[in-house]
Design a protein around this ligand. Sequence first.
Ligand code: ADP
Ligand code: MG
Length: 267
Amino acid sequence: MGRIEIENISLAFKQGTREFKALDGVNAVIEDGEFVCVIGPSGCGKSTLLSVLEGLTVPDAGRVLIDNVPVNGTGPERAVVFQQYTLFPWMSAKQNVIFGMKQVLKDLSASQYEEQAEAFLIRVGLSGVSDKLPGQLSGGMQQRVAIARALAVSPQILLMDEPFGAIDAKTRVSLQQLLLELWGADERKKTVVFVTHDIDEALLLSDKIIFMKPGVISEMIPVGLPRPRNKDGQLLDSEEYRRLRAILVSKFYQDVTEHIGGKEVVL
Ligand code: ADP
Ligand code: MG
């Protein structure tokens, strides 16, 4: 299972004698198998929240429950993919995936690690690159390896922090599609918490959008668009897509404008 309850999470960063509240009473429930996008202006606490869900950052107050069990550190049912490429540069693509597997799956034979890592690389659309180093792969391919590494431990929860943020627009579309296919093909869908700046990405991917403004969740918006979704289908032209998009755009700018006191902002 992978139901996440976020209960009253608060966290302040200390800067000298001053405190800065990055999270200030965040509450949310993410259902098992749900694909949730977290959206909001830069600096509003998205990455901090994800780090709390991962278990790397301990909040000052509140708690996270996964299937009713309080989170206490990282755990094998959660895997992460970040924006910056986090592969070990001195390890091949396959070795990177195996490294991830070894953290969780302790008692496979050497050939089982190899076979399973190969299989996951193929699932993310990579063949023939197992022995390449990350530096020999494009950014998009590196993120595919990072996704393979995350999936290879069979996590029930996938935490993704702007994973396609540094990827060019065309490659990004194929990675979004890949992620939707991997998620949709799973009989027991993973719970995905996906941070993004991009409203269209959130609408394409999610069942629900969590809107943050600095330190808090300002709104949760259900996305009832039919699946499967893709960007070249009827999705973008549908009335419901346009209606949701209009709500999100106005909300985004309203929050940002409130935050910066009406000054012009670059997103
Ligand atoms: P987002 O991911 O939404 O852009 P973050 O969660 O990274 O926002 O950061 C939220 C706020 O907390 C920002 O103002 C950021 O500068 C601050 N912050 C994040 N990490 C630290 C840290 N380690 N020390 C001090 N301040 C931090
Ligand atoms: Mg961030």
